[in-house]
Design a protein around this ligand. Structure first.
Ligand code: KG4
Ligand code: ZN
Length: 344
């Protein structure tokens, strides 16, 4: 069998992504193009993603992003073997733009269409950098929209959610705390930078859902955010200066502590020796640092893809599409619908 080129289209949130992956006869993946157009700056003044704004931006960016990806890969669109697209979960209007584009390309090129799950795509992203996954692994998916612990026994159709956030996603907590501290949106990078100058043990912020009767693998970040708000208010009322770096570092420590502790506990309980961390928050320096320390101590292998592959992109969707093609999965019907609340 010859090489097959898989096109991946992502539009579930504020990133318009087009990726092209070469699937070799032995199942090996090679990333040929990864183009992303982000509307994040258009959302910054609102402090979060505005769905209408995101949909319009996808509509404007889709074709130019596709052109850039095809050029970057040095291929002709007609060389594509199949088209993969995020069908959910995500923002309804944003998903529609990507799925409509994917259908148009698949129909015009007369190629199979694969509607895929965005969350599985985040896990698949790691295979572009670190090769095939072991038979079983645990994935910690942390971004602005999701915070989940997954047991991955096959990218095509064997991913089970074992835990998730009961309120805010980890990235959402970063964004909300950044707002509270008058830092720009998205809040992860500025908090990460500021935290490097602070002491993570300075303030004992709560670790959500870590009591003996709490769910073992679920997360909660809204109490932590409220606790940061209360602490800052109290300082202000007392006329004290806010030690911003210590607040950022202590908040970051609380998030990293809970995420890594629960992920490693899941690995141990399930007898799994590999942890994958993906999603925008995987770029966090304390999260990856603490995960590396704790995984090494527990004899667990850690895989964290580079930040560009962790945040939303089309390459991860192309990678997942390639795994489906390699597994002989059935293509989706041309009337494929979007599923904003699609579970993993
Ligand atoms: O995966 P992503 O690009 O988009 C989705 O939400 O799907 O993730 C974006 C989130 C934002 O909430 C952002 O604040 C967070 O990832 N983030 C970080 C860092 N870089 C991005 N959070 C903590 N530390 C970082 N270095
Ligand atoms: Zn995502």
């Amino acid at each position: 069998m010859t090489d097959r080129l898989i096109l991946g289209i992502e539009s579930s949130c504020d990133e318009t992504g087009v990726g092209i992956v070469r699937l070799g006869p032995d199942g090996a993946l090679e990333l040929l193009a990864d183009e992303v157009a982000s509307s994040v700056e258009e959302h910054a003044r609102f402090g979060g993603v505005v769905p209408e704004v995101a949909s319009r931006a996808h509509l404007e960016a889709m074709v130019p992003t596709m052109r850039r990806a095809v050029e970057q890969a040095g291929i002709a669109l007609s060389d594509i073997h199949s088209v993969a697209v995020t069908a959910g979960p995500g923002l309804a209007g944003a998903l529609l733009v990507g799925v409509a584009a994917a259908k148009a390309y698949a129909a015009a090129l007369d190629k199979p269409l694969y509607g895929v799950n965005h969350l599985a795509g985040h896990v698949a992203a790691d295979t572009l950098q670190h090769g095939p996954l072991p038979k079983r692994c645990v994935a910690l998916l942390v971004s602005g929209g999701h915070s989940q612990l997954l047991l991955v026994e096959g990218l095509a159709d064997r991913i089970t959610e074992i835990g998730s956030t009961v309120d805010d996603a980890a990235g959402e907590a970063y964004d909300k705390v950044a707002r509270l501290l008058d830092l720009p949106y998205p809040g992860g990078p500025p908090i990460d930078r500021l935290a490097k100058q602070g002491n993570g043990c300075a303030i004992a912020f709560p670790r959500g859902l870590t009591g003996p009767r709490d769910s073992k693998y679920d997360f909660s970040f809204s109490g932590l955010k409220t606790s940061v708000a209360r602490w800052v208010e109290k300082q202000e009322r007392a006329g004290e200066e806010i030690p911003l770096a210590d607040v950022a570092a202590s908040f970051q420590e609380a998030v990293a502590d809970v995420l890594t502790a629960k992920a490693i506990r899941a690995c141990k309980d399930l007898g799994v020796d590999t942890l994958v961390i993906s999603g925008g928050v995987a770029a966090n320096s304390r999260l990856s640092g603490l995960a590396a320390e704790r995984c090494a101590a527990a004899g667990i292998g850690l895989r964290v893809p580079k930040p560009r592959l962790c945040t939303d992109n089309g390459a991860m969707i192309a990678a997942l599409g390639a795994h489906l093609v390699a597994a002989g999965a059935k293509p989706s019907p041309m009337d494929l619908s979007t599923v904003p609340g699609l579970p993993v």
